[in-house]
Design a binder for this molecule. Structure first.
Ligand SMILES: [Zn+2]
Length: 369
């Protein structure tokens, strides 16, 4: 379990499990932790000792409870006051950041415009943005920074291999670049994974997430793990129309060309927002693009759900702001073709929060227990 990142899967380690369990419950005794996690008291005691030493946890007396012998028991609590963590989302529509303490209380949120015109302008923009956020952390230690990235990401190496919209962005070790500038551990993660991580309260139900904006990204949890292998789940480039519209990936008929905002705009020859406005005003030709998007999204969701036996599906992204134009048809097709599938919507604003939660988990992974 400890090497979850090495296995290219994310599953909370025992240290992260203990930490998150205490965070969710407020205060817990070692015995309660052992009983809940079904691990030995000794194992809990070892993990807790290291987490106290590393200042993730503090020990407090819980005067509201008494032990069987009438003593006031010692409880463990997350060290919520002293340490902070930062999550940021690097997105063509802009940067966004969240500052949290270790109790996961959001202390501040920020946004800024992002300049994707070159690798240099973007990396400078990212570090300037982080610098601005860190100005709000005076007197506190920032344990880690989590970064949600689009494109192809190797989260283990901290490398962003490609980034749509930024021409000379290739194999950028963004984690190292940020860490060297600020001296804080940095963890990079693919943005759909971050949104999914922050959107789920528990991981027991296998879930798919599709982020639909200019392109289409995907994440999935299976058996309590987020599938995190670099370059997988490229659902936007699965073929839905044989010999269909050409795609920038070099193939033809990819889902992105029929169901992403960029694909739809390109096919219609209209600006996306104007096309949507026309569809909302009853223009049948404009509506057809959204019907087509619903149809192909439904096919792909149905296929992937059945392939992975994951029937809980979350949709997010700018395209979902136009769901009045496609959601009914999508639901209708799925009701016939895949009645087990349950579709709901989540918010891309969860990306920086997911990034920081993953970063905290991964920083807990680094603790030698
Ligand atoms: Zn493609």
């Amino acid at each position: 379990m400890k090497n979850f990142i090495d296995q290219r899967n994310m599953k909370r380690s025992n240290a992260a499990e203990v930490f998150n369990l205490i965070r969710e419950n407020g205060k817990m005794t070692r015995r309660e932790i052992a009983d809940t996690m079904d691990i030995s008291w000794g194992a809990v005691s070892t993990i807790v000792a290291r987490l106290i030493e590393e200042e993730y946890l503090v020990e407090v007396k819980d005067s509201s409870a008494t032990s069987a012998k009438g003593r006031i028991p010692f409880c463990l609590e997350v060290n919520g006051e002293e340490h902070f963590a930062v999550g940021i989302d690097v997105n063509r529509s802009g940067f966004s950041a969240v500052l949290v303490n270790l109790k996961n209380h959001v202390l501040g949120k920020w946004t800024a415009e992002a300049d994707f015109s070159s690798r240099e302008s973007l990396t400078c923009g990212v570090t300037d943005f982080i610098s601005g956020v860190l100005e709000h952390t005076e007197g506190h230690r920032v344990r880690c920074i989590g970064v949600a990235m689009q494109g192809v990401v190797d989260s283990e190496k901290g490398i962003s291999y490609s980034l749509p919209g930024c021409k000379d962005w290739e194999s950028v070790n963004l984690a190292e670049l940020i860490r060297d500038k600020f001296g804080i551990p940095v963890y990079i993660e693919h943005d759909p994974n971050c949104i999914l991580y922050a959107s789920l309260t528990d991981f027991s139900e296998d879930t798919l997430l599709l982020r639909i904006d200019k392109g289409i990204g995907m994440a999935a949890t299976l058996g309590g793990r987020i599938l995190a292998k670099s370059g997988i789940l490229e659902v936007g480039h699965t073929c839905v129309v044989r010999d269909g519209r050409p795609c920038m990936c070099g193939r033809h008929g990819c889902l992105e060309q029929y169901a992403s905002m960029r694909g739809i705009a390109k096919a219609s020859g209209m600006e996306f927002s104007r096309l949507a406005e026309a569809a909302r005003n009853g223009d049948a030709k404009a509506s057809e693009y959204f019907n087509e998007a619903a149809k192909y999204l439904a096919y792909v969701i149905s296929n992937v759900s059945h392939l992975l036996c994951a029937y809980n599906v979350l949709l997010c992204g700018d395209m979902c702001g136009y769901r009045d134009l496609f959601a009914d048809k999508l639901t209708c097709i799925l009701a016939n073709s895949a009645p087990n599938v349950k579709v709901s919507y989540t918010d891309v604003e969860n990306a920086p929060l997911g990034a920081v939660l993953i970063a905290i988990d991964r920083s807990l992974e680094q603790i030698d227990i």
